[in-house]
Design a protein around this ligand. Structure first.
Ligand code: ADP
Ligand code: MG
Length: 391
């Protein structure tokens, strides 16, 4: 189904009986490489994609909101007032809008009226393409327009992260909101999560495309495992800091890590920290390889990233490993790895255009035979960040 200004306007009108004033879009994201580095002061290398979230809205004269999502029809029409923006579980997904309003209200901005809103996205559900950050940045773009806010994109990205961290109480890093809020067509973004310095790199893969492979496995335990990995990295860092003057694991290169890993003195913690250190270095090398048009090296780095996420960081699981390891064996594949938090969700593969059809058929068959349900495949288009759509 194509989604655009007209389709959203029609859906809005069916719900609210009048035409909407404006329509907005916000992308999802993939991460090329640099996984679980964003809370370790390392680099990430994501890009925004053309699948994402759409919303149509009209301003109201009062302080009420009426909001509906076609993706969560069971929640029905949700209503709330500007006068009560506290987190409330019963408000379901509307907490993303309430959270953005709540955090922005701290900034001395004029937020004086509500609106009616219709949301519809085409990102696969909770699949690691960051539909939550897509929603936050979608709401940010709408609030920016609706209230004439003078907030730049990086500030809005940080507000989105605050919503996850402070409003929802999730311990997530900055990558997702940054990748989406700062997205640029056909460009990937190298972000230093320590300094917030960033650099765009043209994602020019020649005859190749990025294929997204969806395990269609509902993520379970992701939040608790995610928090556990964070705590393990923090503990490893603390032990290294007894001798080393470093602020984050991202301050170390491979040799420095190998020479000092004994300080950590615990096999599991060493593996977790080694992933963070080596993955950060791989990300820098991958950025350089792309700039040098060395796609072979780029592919090898991506493969090494997956192996590290499997053996050292232990966040892949049977579904992601089946997709990625089968992808590695196919003709025309430069590299493949999981993307996002893992335990399910999506993987990516860099595949020669001419091989994509066979690739999807073969990997799809092996996956279904091994796992018992079908995977889904999409060719990623690298897209701009949040924007208003017009007729
Ligand atoms: P993801 O990896 O996709 O970010 P999360 O669990 O962090 O997974 O976020 C998924 C949540 O985001 C959904 O449960 C829902 O509350 C919200 N969400 C995302 N997209 C939409 C949408 N189109 N409509 C309503 N809620 C959405
Ligand atoms: Mg999320």
């Amino acid at each position: 189904m194509t989604m655009d200004f007209a389709s959203l306007a029609t859906e809005y009108q069916e719900k609210f009986d009048v035409a909407p004033q404006r329509v907005f879009f916000s992308p999802g994201r993939i991460n090329l490489i640099g996984e679980y580095t964003d809370f370790n002061g390392g680099h990430v290398f994501p890009a925004a994609i053309s699948m994402g979230s759409y919303a149509a809205y009209s301003s109201r004269d009062d302080r009420q909101f009426r909001v509906y999502s076609a993706n969560v029809p069971d929640a029905g029409m949700l209503t709330f007032s500007l006068d009560d923006l506290a987190f409330n579980k019963a408000d379901n997904w509307a907490n993303y809008l309430k959270g953005m309003l709540f955090e922005l209200a701290k900034q001395n901005l004029t937020i004086d009226h509500g609106f009616d809103l219709f949301v519809h996205g085409n990102l696969p559900d909770a699949s690691g393409l960051s539909s939550s950050a897509s929603m936050e940045m979608l709401m940010g773009e709408i609030l920016h327009a609706a209230y004439g806010m003078k907030l730049d994109e990086v500030e809005m990205v940080k507000v989105g992260q605050q919503v996850e961290n402070d409003y929802f109480g999730l311990n997530t890093g900055i990558m997702d909101q940054f990748a989406i809020g700062m997205g640029k067509k056909d460009q990937a973004i190298l972000l230093d999560t320590n300094t917030m310095a960033y650099e765009y790199a043209p994602l020019d893969l020649g005859d190749n495309v990025v294929v997204i492979m969806n395990t269609k496995k509902r993520r379970e335990l992701t939040d608790s495992k995610y928090n556990e990995r964070r705590a393990q990295c923090e503990e490893a860092l603390r032990r290294l800091q007894t001798k080393l003057d470093i602020k984050t694991l991202g301050d170390l290169d491979e040799d420095q890590f190998d020479q000092n890993a004994y300080l950590i003195n615990d096999e599991t913690l060493i593996k977790r920290a080694r992933h963070a250190v080596f993955e950060n270095q791989r990300t820098l090398k991958a950025f350089k390889a792309l700039q040098d048009n060395d796609l072979t090296t780029f592919g090898h780095l991506i493969n090494a990233s997956h192996i590290s996420l499997n053996y050292d960081f232990a966040v892949t699981g049977k579904e992601l490993d089946t997709l990625v390891e089968t992808a590695w064996q196919q003709p025309g594949v430069l590299g493949a790895r999981m993307t996002g938090a893992g335990f399910g969700g999506c993987a990516i593969a860099i595949v020669k255009k001419a091989n994509v059809k066979d690739f999807e058929a073969k990997v799809g068959k092996v996956y279904e035979d091994t796992i018992g349900h079908k995977a889904e495949f999409y060719v990623a288009e690298i897209a701009d960040g949040p924007k208003e759509l017009h007729k």
